[in-house]
Design a binder for this molecule. Structure first.
Ligand code: ZN
Length: 280
């Protein structure tokens, strides 16, 4: 099953991504239109959605979509969660997840412009988890039962602000306007293989290519580790970390420039596309 958000309303997306059905209209108001209410009723919504298969929708364009969960109560982002990225960063494999947030004001849909606030903005292709059932002290063995689905995310990062201060604080430098694009849609886990290829290209050149089988803390373990501390709520978003190939650790470092086109893809889900522009 695939869902997206269009004009603030949840839509059910066809398997080929070409058409969509408005959930509130098709369910006579039982679900939606606002996305949070759909996540809050996730098990019932999934059962209803299975009955809608085959209903004709209207054409869907990725550039008119918002993030699949546009107003989560909580947003978690995991740093240093792929071995090859830890090594390129010159750091040690973490014994527990390194967690920061991307503030919701940085959220954006899958396609659009990225205004560069500085000349040290970096890219981080990521698999993003959206929670579908409240999780409070959930063991990893039950972790998947709390997941609504997966989507594609970019953890754009302004490295100068991210690394300023002692100790550095990640969240603000990763939360400029438009720094958390997600989409184009949520895909339920039953439609995806265990390991997904994740890529990032700039102007067609591949700069990141990894697989989610390389995650140090996998999705069920993240549900366990996070929910041991704080309950997770339906609609909550987890950026799971990025594989090797970011720009800031290169010699010399490479950062985004106006005119660059960044495409971020996860196999079986879809692609994000941002065109970088100077901040006016
Ligand atoms: Zn990241």
């Amino acid at each position: 099953m695939r869902i997206a958000t269009r004009a603030g309303r949840t839509v059910l997306v066809s398997p080929d991504g070409a058409t969509a059905v408005d959930v509130a209209k098709a369910s006579d108001g039982a679900f939606g239109p606002d996305p949070r209410s759909v996540y809050d009723a996730w098990p019932e919504f999934v059962a209803w959605a299975a009955s809608v298969a085959g209903v004709a929708g209207d054409p869907l364009r990725p550039d008119e979509l918002g993030p699949p969960s546009p107003d989560p109560r909580q947003v978690f982002a995991i740093g240093l969660n792929y071995r090859d990225h830890v090594l390129e960063s010159g750091l040690q494999i973490p014994a527990s997840p390194s967690v920061f947030t991307k503030f919701v004001g940085s959220f954006a849909g899958p396609v659009g412009e990225l205004a560069l606030p500085a000349d040290t903005v970096d890219w981080e292709a990521e698999l993003v988890v959206i929670i579908g059932r409240r999780a409070d002290r959930v063991p990893a063995g039950d972790g998947w039962s709390r997941v609504a689905g997966l989507t594609v995310g970019q953890d754009y990062s302004e490295r100068t602000l991210q690394l300023a201060g002692v100790p550095p604080q990640f969240s603000l430098g990763k939360s400029y306007r438009g720094f958390a694009p997600q989409g184009p849609w949520l895909v339920s886990p039953d439609e995806l293989p265990d390991s997904l290829t994740i890529t990032c290209t700039i102007n067609g050149e591949t700069v990141q290519r990894g697989t989610t089988s390389q995650l140090i803390f996998g999705i069920p373990e993240l549900v366990e580790r996070l929910s041991a501390v704080v309950p997770l709520y339906p609609g909550d978003v987890i950026f799971t970390g990025t594989p090797a190939g970011v720009g800031g650790t290169r010699t010399p470092p490479r950062f985004l420039r106006p005119g660059d086109v960044v495409e971020t893809s996860v196999e079986g889900i879809g692609t994000l596309r941002q065109r970088c522009v100077a901040t006016s």
